[in-house]
Design a protein around this ligand. Structure first.
Ligand SMILES: NC(=O)c1ccc[n+]([C@@H]2O[C@H](COP(=O)([O-])OP(=O)(O)OC[C@H]3O[C@@H](n4cnc5c(N)ncnc54)[C@H](OP(=O)(O)O)[C@@H]3O)[C@@H](O)[C@H]2O)c1
Length: 272
């Protein structure tokens, strides 16, 4: 991994916390130059200060729900650092509200941050990556990108949509040197459930049981980098909950019974 990332430029969205923060530390330790983006500038500063070589970390604040912010961030990165060798679409927001209790504005916000934001950034940056000879996109999906789940209607829709867009992008551009790794994490011990939107769009502030007992994000980050750099086109990362992927594929009726026994906020084994 160190050899593959030495002096490579890696742009990580959602670099201010959780998995993105740990990806930043792992890439920095492996000798990469970094661009970190998210909305919280103070949190980005904290992450930069903890990287192996903060002088090789460029902070570019960006709001994935704002086209103008994405355009500004892309033009700054291309001007100040050049096209990235690796772009990690990690920024995202989950949901804890039922479909019919959630206003359409919330569906749109979650589609912006989890789907249209990464797509907009891709359209601005990947052409420059291709002119530079190609590169690697790492796209953070979820188990919710594989099936719907209680209180995840818009989040699951957005994560499903990522597969459609980025799998197509891979086919259309692989001959030009573009590689795409789709990642489906299970339960990773971050604050994602605290940051998730309730029906009013506010953060729930609550830690779900599944995240609390999930895989440490630093372990998750190392696995993601190892497998993406090895060329895996799609892989899951997490604990025993990943068996649900096999049940879903090979025993759909059993999956249907099991998923109905789960709780939206935890205690379950297949809650994304
Ligand atoms: N943890 C899990 O169990 C799990 C499972 C499946 C998939 N995932 C996926 O993994 C990725 C990282 O999640 P995490 O677990 O590390 O959660 P997290 O700690 O909540 O991190 C989310 C990151 O996304 C950024 N973000 C949120 N809204 C944004 C916006 N509007 N514009 C720009 N950046 C925004 C946040 O930064 P700011 O708030 O500073 O903007 C933060 O850096 C997400 O795509 C998530 O869907 C996580």
């Amino acid at each position: 991994m160190t050899k593959a990332l030495t002096d490579q430029l890696v742009w990580i969205t959602g670099g201010s916390s959780g998995i993105g923060e740990q990806l930043a530390y792992a890439c920095s330790s492996a000798g990469a130059r970094l661009v970190l983006s998210a909305r919280n500038a103070a949190a980005l500063e904290r992450v930069r200060a903890s990287c192996q070589d903060p002088s090789r970390v460029l902070l570019i604040p960006m709001d994935l729900t704002s086209t103008e912010s994405i355009q500004l961030a892309a033009s700054r990165v291309l001007a100040e650092a050049g096209p990235p060798d690796v772009l990690i679409h990690n920024g995202g927001r989950s949901q804890r509200s039922r479909a019919l209790s959630s206003p359409l504005a919330l569906d749109r916000e979650l589609m912006e941050v989890n789907y249209f934001g990464p797509v907009a950034l891709t359209k601005l940056v990947v052409p420059e990556m291709l002119r530079n000879g190609g590169g690697l996109l790492v796209v953070m999906s979820s188990l919710a990108g594989k099936w719907g789940f209680y209180e995840r209607s818009a989040y699951a829709a957005a994560k499903h949509a990522l597969h459609g867009f980025f799998e197509t992008l891979r086919l259309e551009n692989e001959d030009a040197g573009l590689r795409v790794s789709m990642v489906t994490p299970g339960f990773i011990a971050t604050d994602i459930s605290r940051h998730a939107a309730d029906a009013t769009g506010q953060p729930t502030g609550e830690m779900d049981a599944n995240q609390a007992r999930g895989m440490p994000p630093e372990v998750c980050a190392r696995i993601i980098l190892r497998r993406a750099l090895a060329g895996d086109e799609e892989f899951a990362v997490g604990g025993k909950e990943l068996i649900a992927l096999w049940i879903h594929r090979y025993f759909p009726r059993l999956f249907g019974r099991l998923i109905r026994r789960q709780s939206p906020r935890g205690r379950s084994s297949v809650n994304p």
